[in-house]
Design a protein around this ligand. Structure first.
Ligand code: SF4
Length: 351
């Protein structure tokens, strides 16, 4: 389709949203916005972007920040490894690139956590380099307009879409082309109910002509989801409660949570009392189980968490546990998963 980028550019000029990272094509701003938008929609992502930029206005301030501060600003966005990687990459820029954001695709790709898509977005938007950035929006638009049924999660599919996007790319203006294509996917050719009636590609769109919109883009594999059972101990002792730091190669690494007993199935109060870990924690300690919350389901990309909060009072103050004793007003110092934050909010304990 020879006029693809012209049609797209006209649509973009008429529909483009004013977004804060578009004010100046600063590579740091582009980077931060791209990473945030990989896991959230623009309306929610904008607030996170503004908060992040306000706290860490440039690479240097991000590099110099303690990891806890970075995770705290990221709190609620999920995919915390992305925040940790950005923090490491900021230090890489300071140490290996004299504090200057690298301006070639090869060097941008050397930064921790930056893959082909993000590198292409930064290279094209901030430095005007001719690389097509292919995110989920782009896969969707191209698969529909060109009727491509090759699965997008295969090597062959990735190559086919990459070749096509780079062929269509407006090499004189790769930044506008990439932003326009992503915006088109986000606003016009949406996953559900795309606005085909007012679409400038309607006459050429193969998915529209062949009634295949709901089928495209095609994926070969279904995501396998693991069920996990989290029993959180919300232990109250005088005005305090306890937090532990999550370590190891698992979700929410380096975030803080209530002491956790993970089980292979949901436990009722009697079963919890018989649990070995529970017994060893409270051996010889007088406790009062105040309440058990109903099961909360928390869905992550590959995991479905079944979560209960067990509220336990420890009447004696001279007993100590191997965790961090925290006053409610100190919770702001700790990055915590949204799940824990929601629980504390319900208890009015985050103010
Ligand atoms: S006609 Fe519909 S499916 Fe095709 S590109 Fe336009 S919005 Fe997407």
């Amino acid at each position: 389709m020879t006029n693809f980028h012209k049609i797209l550019t006209v649509w973009y000029q008429q529909n483009k949203r004013d977004l804060p990272w578009r004010v100046k094509n600063d590579p740091y701003f582009v980077w931060v916005s791209e990473i945030i938008l990989q896991q959230t929609r623009v309306d929610q992502g904008t607030a996170y972007f503004l908060r992040f930029i306000d706290r860490f206005p440039d690479v240097e301030s991000l590099a110099n920040a303690p990891e806890n501060d970075v995770l705290k600003i990221w709190q609620g966005l999920g995919y915390y490894s992305r925040a940790r990687n950005m923090h490491i990459a900021a230090r890489q820029i300071m140490n290996e690139f004299n504090g200057l954001f690298p301006n070639t695709i090869n060097n941008i790709e050397k930064l921790k956590g930056i893959g082909c898509y993000t590198a292409s977005a930064i290279a094209s938007i901030a430095f005007g380099l001719p690389y097509a950035a292919i995110d989920g929006n782009v896969y969707r638009v191209l698969s529909r307009v060109f009727g491509i049924e090759t699965p997008i999660d295969t090597t062959m599919g990735k190559r086919e879409f990459s070749d096509l996007a780079n062929e269509l790319l407006d090499r004189q203006n790769p930044a506008v082309f990439n932003e326009a294509l992503m915006e088109f996917g986000a606003l016009q050719c949406t996953p559900k109910n795309p606005d085909c009636n007012r679409c400038p590609f309607q006459n050429q769109c193969i998915a529209f002509a062949q009634n295949k919109i709901a089928k495209l883009p095609f994926k070969s594999k279904k995501t396998k989801v693991t069920n996990r059972f989290f029993n959180y101990l919300f232990i109250r002792q005088e005005d305090y409660f306890y937090l532990e730091k999550r370590v190891g190669n698992d979700i929410w690494r380096n975030l803080y949570q209530f002491p956790l007993i993970e089980s292979t199935k949901a436990l009722n109060i009697a079963e919890l009392g018989l649990n070995e870990q529970f017994q060893s924690i409270f051996k010889g300690v007088e406790i009062v189980v105040d309440s058990i919350s109903p099961e909360i389901i928390h869905v992550l990309t590959h995991q479905r968490l079944h979560v209960s909060f067990i509220e336990i009072m420890i009447p004696k103050s001279d007993i100590s546990f191997p965790w961090i004793k925290v006053l409610p007003k100190e919770i702001h110092d700790y990055p915590i998963p949204k799940l824990i934050d929601n629980f504390l909010m319900e208890k009015n304990m985050t103010k």
